[in-house]
Design a protein. Structure first.
Ligand code: DX5
Ligand code: ZN
Length: 216
């Protein structure tokens, strides 16, 4: 199943509840939650309190993307009845396997995100343990950046591995996804499509979500 995960990083925080309701009503299937600490990435977004504040506003599940150093210290705070994935950055984890086990110990699906410069083979010995690999198609930190084309090569390689090894993991892509390139990423094997500015920056959010979903 292909799913659209709008990133609330690009939402209007002063009316976050209304904006998540709008994407849910339009048919989006997940909410992508971008957590930034000002250390791992050069920006600060929000923490678990803000995420929990939208629990009562939507029935959608959370796809939590932790762009933070020492994620093990904070993982438990993002565990809610609606948290489907917690994804950490390979570059931020010294003991990545241990971190994944920690996420799973809470009954949450575990994901790993790879920055554009990080090779896929870093995950060779972990692929069987993963529920999602999130391919970053921008350098994380900000919404509204341009899609880095080499991310497509990484998606293609991951899709080949997924098929060859019969892996159950989901393939996510994050950064610079628009109506112009969403078909290409889905065709390449992505099934969780993150889109921030292309959704929340649109004049009509409801309509934009539906435009995206036509490609699913
Ligand atoms: C990048 C974040 C993304 C970002 C996506 O640091 O992880 O989720 O907000 O935003 P767009 O779709 O605008 O690139
Ligand atoms: Zn993200």
């Amino acid at each position: 199943m292909n799913r659209l995960a709008p990133s609330v990083l690009s939402a209007d925080f002063s009316k976050l509840g209304d904006e998540v309701r709008a994407i849910e009503e339009a048919g989006a299937q997940l909410i992508h939650v971008d957590v930034m600490d000002g250390h791992f990435v050069p920006n600060i977004s929000f923490g678990p309190g803000v995420m929990k504040s939208i629990l009562g506003k939507t029935g959608l599940s959370f796809d939590v993307h932790l762009m933070i150093e020492r994620p093990d210290q904070y993982i438990e705070e993002f565990v809610t009845e609606r948290t489907e994935f917690i994804t950490v950055h390979a570059e931020a984890c010294t003991h990545l396997h241990r971190t994944l086990q920690l996420i799973k110990s809470f009954g949450i699906k575990a994901g790993v995100a790879l920055n554009p410069a990080t090779p896929l083979n870093l995950l060779d010995y972990l692929l069987e343990d993963l529920d999602q690999v999130l391919i970053m198609s921008v350098n994380p930190g900000f919404g509204g950046q341009k899609f880095i084309p080499s991310a497509m090569d990484k998606v293609n390689s991951l899709k080949k591995l997924k098929d060859a090894r019969n892996l159950r993991l989901e393939i996510g892509i994050d950064g610079g996804v628009t109506l112009d390139n969403v078909k290409a990423v889905i065709d390449a094997g992505v099934n969780i499509v993150v889109a921030g500015s292309a959704v929340f920056g649109a004049p009509d959010i409801n309509r934009r979500v539906k435009e995206f979903l036509r490609f699913f």
